[in-house]
Design a binder for this molecule. Structure first.
Ligand code: AMP
Length: 123
C-alpha cells in the first residue's frame, strides 16, 4: 500500500494539527492517544513516512529502527509503567484493524490489560 501523506499522523508530524507530546527523538515521536483506552495510552510513531510494520521493517534505516525502539522504552519510563507493566501493540492492515495508515505502536498501561486477545469460536 502506498503511503498517504494526508493521514492524521502525517499532519501531526508536519505541525498542521496539535498533539499532546510525551517524548521525541531524532526519528520518533510519542503523544497521548486522543481517545485513551487505559489510564496510560501513548502512541509511538516513526517520523518517516511508513504505512505499517511491513513497510518499516523493509524500508527503514537502522537508525530509525533504533530510535523507535528507544522511544518505546523512554515513554514507558516517563509514564511510570516500566515497572508495573504495559501492553505494546501495533495494528497492521485489515485483519489487524489498523485505522491510521502511518505505523504506530500503542502503549497501554496503568491498569491490567486482561487476556491477550478475544478468541474466536472456530479457528
Ligand atoms: P489504530 O486502530 O491502531 O490505527 O489506532 C489509531 C489510534 O489513533 C486510535 O487509538 C485513535 O484514538 C488515535 N488517534 C486518532 N487521531 C488522533 C489524534 N489526532 N491524536 C491522537 N491520537 C489519535
Amino acid at each position: 500500500m502506498a503511503y498517504d501523506d494526508q493521514n492524521i499522523f502525517a499532519k501531526i508530524l508536519r505541525g498542521e494539527i496539535p498533539c499532546d507530546m510525551v517524548y521525541e527523538n531524532e526519528h520518533a515521536l510519542a503523544f497521548n492517544d486522543i481517545n485513551p483506552g487505559r489510564p496510560v495510552h501513548v502512541l509511538v510513531i516513526p517520523k518517516g513516512a511508513y504505512v505499517d510494520m511491513n513497510d518499516f521493517s523493509v524500508e527503514a534505516s537502522a537508525a530509525e529502527m533504533v530510535d523507535l525502539m528507544k522511544a518505546i522504552g523512554e515513554v514507558a519510563k516517563i509514564c511510570g509503567v516500566d515497572q508495573s507493566g504495559f501492553r505494546l501493540m501495533s495494528n497492521t492492515g485489515a485483519d489487524g484493524h489498523q485505522e491510521v495508515m502511518h505505523l504506530h505502536f500503542h502503549i497501554f498501561g496503568g491498569a491490567p490489560s486482561g487476556p491477550m486477545i478475544k478468541r474466536i469460536e472456530k479457528l
